[in-house]
Ligand binder design. Structure first.
Ligand code: SAH
Length: 475
């Protein structure tokens, strides 16, 4: 059984870092069902392919079992197909990559890169359509090569084995997790005992995509080998864990800390969360500029997209995010699959990273980047600047980011920490303004700054906004 993973992300040999396997050497690993060989059929700057070859020892699998050793225990498809053995091999051989860790290329772990995975071969009794229903919602395009049962007897028809190639812009850890869960789902004979542990594995590896997968019920049912009790448990936990998103949690934390809940303010006014204020500020600035085509970069779960859609003067809106899971939630919240065709044409959702130039970002009048830059590694900021200000070049850019000076107002805040675990930095007003002025100067924009939220003495407002206008645009 052979799995190959190919990338054209450059330098493509970075795949070796991501997989923690040196492209220059072939390696062999002993597993309790046979051997796994890892090698690179090609490794150039432009394109790199890693291969995982499983050499499953069918005789060894049977040895030690005391009864009923029939011929089909020795002669079967196990050595040749992608099955739950592949999942075990992925976690043992590519465990660090599966868990999304890479010291040498930390930013690449978080980046969706062009990836192609080919499985030779995969069993799928339910046919090609089921393969598509499993992988296409995750953003893959599929090439499926079927096999006839026997070339000499065409009347015997098709076999249920396929060579499948998945292609998409994915984080490597996501692709490995998709395979880890979905390969055993396709295969009927899972080789190990199904217990509570399997529910944990399913939830761990399914985190971030299974919650919103249209076939999640069938996936859980088949992964857990038709154990209804475990499937029910898994599904109820999937939904519960999805119900409060990271961004919602952040908003709740900040509101609580800032004492802006309705009761504490003693006001009858409808509560406007800090986060809604930021979105409103960005929305108003863009609306007043007269922009027709608008980008929402790092759109997350699509709150701003929803606001933008309600404003008729925006003719086209593009939301981009690196998180496939957030985009899937955005799709659902925007009722993407059910909205009227004319509305549907006004909006595009793009799975990509802001640190790589993407031609789909060209030709827009305005861009909102709301509470995103602090999620980028400081070392990647200059790439982001070039992608946005030099390559995409919208006439207007609105960027918001937390004001670090305000953190002392949060009761639960501890010095030296950030508001959110994924923040890589938080800037004071002076730091943000210095960065913003530098960017404006380097790329031919003017810039002004505004507080977001009410200003407190000394520390300012909870968030800050930079408004960049391209010089030729304002002139
Ligand atoms: N703008 C949204 C979400 C803010 S949370 C809102 O205000 O509601 C930050 C978002 O930035 C997350 O959705 C995260 O996935 C996204 N993000 C982080 N790094 C990114 C990158 N390199 N490229 C694109 N999006 C990124």
């Amino acid at each position: 059984m052979l799995l190959t993973l190919t990338t054209t992300h450059q330098p493509a040999t970075d795949l070796g870092y991501l997989l923690h396997k040196n492209p220059a050497h072939a390696q062999t690993f002993s597993l309790n069902f046979g051997k796994a060989h890892v090698f690179y059929p090609e490794a150039s700057e432009e394109q790199c392919t890693a291969a995982l070859l499983l050499d499953i020892d069918a005789v060894q699998l049977v040895r030690g079992r005391d009864k009923g050793q029939s011929l089909d225990q020795y002669v079967n498809d196990r050595p040749y197909v992608a099955s739950s053995f592949l999942s075990v091999a992925l976690s043992e051989v590519f465990g660090t990559a599966l868990n999304g860790r890479c010291k040498q290329r930390p930013e690449l772990v978080e980046t969706a890169i062009p990836l192609k995975a080919t499985l030779s071969v995969i069993p799928c009794r339910a046919g090609e359509d089921w393969l598509r229903r499993l992988f296409e919602p995750l953003g893959y395009s599929l090439t499926i090569e079927p096999y006839t049962l026997d070339e000499q007897f065409s009347e015997w028809g098709q076999s249920h084995y396929y060579t499948v190639t998945l292609e998409g812009q994915q984080r490597l850890s996501d692709l490995l997790s998709h395979l880890y869960v979905l390969v055993p789902v396709l295969d009927h004979s899972k080789h190990y005992w199904i217990g509570d542990d399997e529910v944990e594995k399913l939830l761990t590896r399914g985190k971030g995509w299974l919650e919103t997968h249209p076939e999640r019920e069938q996936i859980a049912y088949r992964y857990l080998k038709h154990r209804r009790d475990l499937t029910r448990d898994a599904l109820s936990r999937l939904v519960a864990e999805d119900s409060v998103s990271e961004e919602e949690e952040e908003v709740l934390d900040e509101d609580e800390a800032a004492g802006t809940t309705e009761e504490q303010e003693g006001s009858d006014e409808k509560k406007v969360s800090v986060h809604d204020q930021r979105l409103q500020a960005a929305f108003e600035t863009i609306r007043q500029s007269g922009a027709k085509r608008v980008l929402d970069l790092g759109c997350g779960e699509g709150k701003l997209l929803r606001m933008l859609l309600t404003e008729k003067s925006f003719e086209h809106i593009l939301g981009l995010d690196v998180s496939y899971r957030s985009l899937a939630i955005a799709r659902r919240r925007l009722h993407f699959d059910h909205i009227a065709p004319r509305q549907r044409e006004r909006i595009s959702l793009v799975h990509s990273a802001l640190t790589y130039s993407d031609k789909r970002l060209k030709g827009y009048d305005a861009a909102a980047v709301v509470e995103v830059i602090e999620h980028l590694d400081m070392s990647r900021l200059s790439a982001f600047e070039r992608v946005l200000f030099e390559y995409a070049q919208p006439g207007l850019v609105v960027i918001t980011t937390p004001n670090a000076e305000y953190n002392v107002k949060f009761e639960t805040w501890q010095a030296g920490t950030f508001r959110h675990k994924d923040h890589r930095f938080e800037w004071t007003r002076q730091e943000f303004e210095a960065w913003g002025r530098g960017v404006a100067e380097r790329f031919g924009y003017s810039v002004r700054f505004q507080p977001v939220g009410s200003e407190e003495t000394e520390v300012g407002a909870i968030s800050q906004m930079g408004i960049f206008e391209k010089r030729s645009f304002t002139a």
